[in-house]
Ligand binder design. Structure first.
Ligand code: ATP
Length: 661
């Protein structure tokens, strides 16, 4: 019994208390007004029942005494008042509904703001990468996106209950006053038993619905996969349509079958139980009413009134479409939001602090360089560190390239440098100052970055570049220069509206760029940031999507473009890497090798091995030559993601005269 009670408490009572607590944020005048109006709207049908009963009760006397008699006049007055009640109900019901809508919009607006604020609250990205908080975020945003399931729907549903329950109270009061209070009590039991059966069913379905969130999400994923433009190519070429449809059907059934089973159980046993109770008690009340009428204890008015009130009260045991499902589902997304807020706050405690304490002007940083000093980093909830006692210096004004196998932690380095995470141990030092002690926003203004998975904003080409330093968005000349330096200006100018053309096919008059063209836009964005004062440039696979010629052209200008800027270049392409002043190979979370291209190539280093392997492989006509016997090298090759065409350029440039870069 106790577990049942605690389940009921946590599923039915607590969420409601939570919803009530959210009412605090609404204007007192609006909520009081809506409650008062809903009480009136709830009671108008009660008044209508009184009116019609009085009308019926006055008919015999009016017929007997004739028109113009006091009885006839009373009948007319009762009739007019009843009609007025009906009209008032017709007018006030839509007003109550529209005020409910207003409340809903207001609440949902607030929840949207809260969700966005919570998502953006932390300076780092841990809350958006951590599984538990991510799942709350998904649940909250899923609820906010679906009609009839938002927190606003839940609150509007609560207010709609005021209409229903004040109406029920009114009818019970009529039964009590016109007949007896025990009958009113019995009808309360009847109505609430029906209600409990109906409402409790939804609670149980929701429990099953929540338990099957994973299956539902997967089914949703497969459904959208079938309709997604992005997935259309592979779906067709790999012949995935049938497979995806089958997976969709299976996962959809997995998610819905428990609800069907529960519905059969609830509609069967519970429905019979509550209906039987309702029929027995309701019949007892009706028999008692008729017996009282037969004994002359009820006049015609009281009889009609009681009978109407009994029927109306019984009907209030039904499912409240405007309140039941919206409150149940809206509560889920409202609670997911608060749980996400709590989780973000918890994680934010260990997350990067946004206000640095060091009294260091950041505008020229770094003057000497950036040092990752004995840095260990483990992702939240991960068992192993990605970086483990890493020591790495990025000298100011130099370009340092980082090479390493897939998963070595190169992108993680980018996250630490941009302070999306702080090291678990050790420190990132900027001219000797711990990065944690610098104001995070000021530091980020010092950094221009191309992430490996850079954003493709569905805005104009101009904005896609200007977002690199949004506060300098009006620097049109600099935007064009950045586009020129990234080699994308002629392409953008040739679009329908030049740089003002929206990017993305789904936009009106929008243009789609190729993968390489998008990458050049991302390069332009980072270069624009540098032009506007960023002193650090972080390039994570900046030319992975560029063709060989474009990549060579970009790196031919690289020295000019990055002059005086502290640059970190991450690339699997040795043709890019060799342009760096220094090359660092990381492995197993530490620095394995460190030197210039020439010094590393001159020794039997991993770097030299892989560099020659790329060149040999290409020279062998895209076939793996004698290295194919070398399984270790093969594995390295696969890991490093060799780009054969790039190797050609690398090999060519290897023979180029010194100083040509
Ligand atoms: N948000 C995260 N949470 C947990 N683990 C992560 C997260 N991001 C990355 N990792 C793990 O950290 C390790 C290093 O990832 P990272 O992206 O830094 O490697 P990388 O060297 O950039 O690889 P690649 O060459 O493939 O781009 C990988 O094992 C990866 O699975």
């Amino acid at each position: 019994m106790r577990p049942r009670l605690s389940t009921y408490w946590s599923e039915a009572v607590e969420p409601r208390l939570f919803l009530f607590s959210q009412l605090r944020d609404l204007p007192r005048g609006l909520t009081t007004g809506v409650v008062a109006l809903n009480v009136v709207v709830g009671l108008l049908p009660v008044a209508f029942v009184v009116g019609t009963s009085v009308v019926v009760g006055r008919v015999p006397a009016a017929v007997r005494d004739g028109t113009g008699s006091p009885a006839a006049r009373e009948l007319m007055v009762a009739f007019a008042l009843t009609g007025a009640t009906f009209l008032l109900q017709q007018v006030l019901t839509p007003v109550s509904v529209s005020l409910g809508q207003r409340l809903r919009h207001r609440v949902d607006g607030t929840f949207h703001d809260r969700l966005m604020a919570a998502s953006l609250r932390s300076a780092g990205i841990a809350p958006l990468e951590e599984q538990e908080s991510l799942s709350d975020l998904l649940r909250a945003s899923e609820g906010l996106a679906k009609a009839n399931r938002t927190p606003g729907d839940a609150i509007a549903g609560l207010f709609a209950l005021v209409v229903r329950y004040s109406r029920l109270a009114g009818f019970l009061a009529l039964i009590g006053v016109s007949f007896t209070w025990w009958a009113a009590g019995a009808m309360l039991v009847v109505t609430m038993a029906f209600r409990f059966g109906q409402r409790g069913g939804i609670r149980i379905y929701t429990r099953r619905w929540t338990e099957r969130t994973d299956a539902r999400r997967e089914a949703d994923y497969f459904r959208t996969l079938g309709m997604s433009a992005a997935a259309a190519k592979e779906m067709r070429v790999f012949g995935l349509a049938g497979w995806a449809k089958g997976r969709y059907e299976r996962r959809a059934l997995d998610s819905i079958t428990p609800i069907w089973e529960e519905r059969r159980r609830v509609s069967g046993r519970n429905f019979l139980l509550f209906t039987a109770l309702g029929i027995v008690l309701g019949s007892l009340v009706l028999v008692a009413v008729l017996r009282a009428a037969a004994a002359g204890d009820l006049d015609l008015t009281a009889l009609v009134l009681t009978l109407q009130a009994v029927v109306a009260a019984t009907m209030l045991g039904e499912f409240y479409h405007e309140a039941d499902a919206p409150t149940q589902f809206g509560m889920i997304s409202a609670r997911a939001l608060t749980s996400f807020e709590r989780r973000v706050a918890d994680l934010a405690r260990d997350d990067v602090a946004s206000h640095g304490t060091a009294a260091v002007p950041t505008a020229d940083l770094p003057v000497r360089g950036i040092r990752l000093a004995d840095v260990t980093f483990r992702y939240p909830n991960a068992s192993r560190p990605v970086l483990d006692g890493l020591d790495l210096e990025l000298r100011a004004g130099e370009c340092t390239a980082v090479v390493g196998v897939n998963g070595a932690g190169k992108t993680t380095l980018v996250k630490l440098l941009t302070r999306l995470y702080d090291p678990t141990e050790g420190a990132v030092l900027i001219d000797g100052t711990d990065l944690r002690d610098l104001p995070v926003d000021a530091w980020r203004r010092q950094v221009g970055v191309i992430f490996q998975d850079f954003n493709r904003y569905p805005f104009s080409a101009y904005d896609n570049i200007a977002l690199g330093a949004v506060e300098h968005r009006d620097q049109a000349h600099a935007v064009r220069t950045a586009a020129h330096d990234a080699g994308i200006l002629p392409t953008l100018e040739a679009l329908g509206s030049g740089l003002e053309t929206p990017l993305g096919r789904h936009q009106a008059d929008g243009a789609e760029l190729s993968g390489g063209q998008w990458q050049r836009v991302a390069i332009a964005r980072a270069l624009f940031a540098v032009a506007q004062g960023a002193r650090v440039l972080v390039l994570d696979e900046p030319t992975a999507a560029l063709d060989v010629r474009a990549e060579a052209a970009f790196f031919a200008e690289f020295t000019r473009l990055t002059r005086g800027v502290t640059t970190l270049l991450i690339s699997h392409r040795f043709s890019s890497v060799r342009h760096a002043d220094r090359i660092v190979v990381i492995d197993d979370g530490r620095v394995l090798e460190d030197g210039t291209h020439e010094s590393l190539i001159a020794s039997p280093t991993t770097y030299a091995r892989l560099f020659h392997l790329q060149a040999r492989r290409f020279a062998a006509g895209l076939e793996v030559d004698d290295a194919s016997q070398d399984t270790e090298l093969d594995a390295d090759l696969a890991d490093v993601g060799t780009n054969l065409a790039a190797a050609e350029v690398g090999a060519d440039l290897d023979n180029a005269p010194e100083g040509s870069r």
